[in-house]
Design a protein around this ligand. Sequence first.
Ligand code: PMP
Length: 359
Amino acid sequence: MSRVYNFCSGPAALPEAVLKKAQAELLDWHGAGVSVMEMSHRSTEFMSILASTKARLKRLLEIGDDYEILFVQGGASTMFAQIPANLTSGYDSACYLDTGAWSTKAINEAKKYTNVKVVGSSKSDNYTSVPNFDQLALDESAAYLHLCSNETIGGLEFADLPETDLPIVADLSSTILSRKIDVNKYGVIYAGAQKNVGPAGIVICIIRKDLLARCDDKLPTIWNFANLAKHDSMVNTPPTFAIYLADLVFEWLEEQGGVEAMEAINKKKAQTLYDYIDQSAFYANPIDPAFRSRMNVPFTLADDSLEARFLEESDAAGLRTLAGHRSVGGMRASIYNAMPMEGVEALIDFMKAFEKRYG
Ligand code: PMP
């Protein structure tokens, strides 16, 4: 067996310890005589896994009792529709911040449900920066303010939030659990699982309980956040194995020292990679240094005709999935929690050698 360093943006690398534990428990989970995949979702065994997953997430992110944790199916893209469908009843509009490809998708989907007010956009600088929060055209009568704290494709991340009384609804798909956040500053946090949480199949949704009063009875039952909360995310059969793996990832995170410890490592990983890119005339990253993503590091080669060769040779060296998103090209190294410092060092060593050969 030889595992590679997997830089995929998602589904992304999982901690090896988690995969091994899942493997060890695959045929017979804790003496149940079946795997988690084969268990009734209503069984006491699975209910204990669900409770454990929620309790660990609550501890890791210090989520208060005034928030509900939901496991939603359909991916973060479904949330782009579910958010306005659930939260705009009784309101004329919703505010959106536009910082890149994923914000744009959320905006386009929301337009089907409500009047979208784009309160700030960095489109004119090709999404290399974040709009000045003091100059946002916020409408305090809107349903909420939506933003995407880490643009996975562009590699743009911001930790600060605008000052507003509107509930902030944040797509944290590619940054959740990678750095400390104050959950109390958000109305809703949602995140697709397949980067920092577990396999694809669930979206974590952390929602302030008072917002559940907005969920209209006319919503499809399975889409209604209030209904999901009432039934503990078990309106129908949830993706049980994905939830179980999320529990194992959360357990692993707790063993690593929690979010604060991960943040320190993530900072170091990203800084080392950006420092190397910045001192080189061969590689470049276009993002304003104040907003460079710690999770997704896009970079270009001075001579883009070498891209195919870079990908071929890096792949052969065991550094997998370094191609940029198909919409932008170039390279992208996604270095989520499960990517160790050694993986980043191996990438830099390869980049140095490649530059020496072709630079
Ligand atoms: N938001 C962000 C920030 C993402 O990175 C992604 C997926 N890469 C999505 C939303 C969409 O996720 P899904 O494929 O689960 O719908």
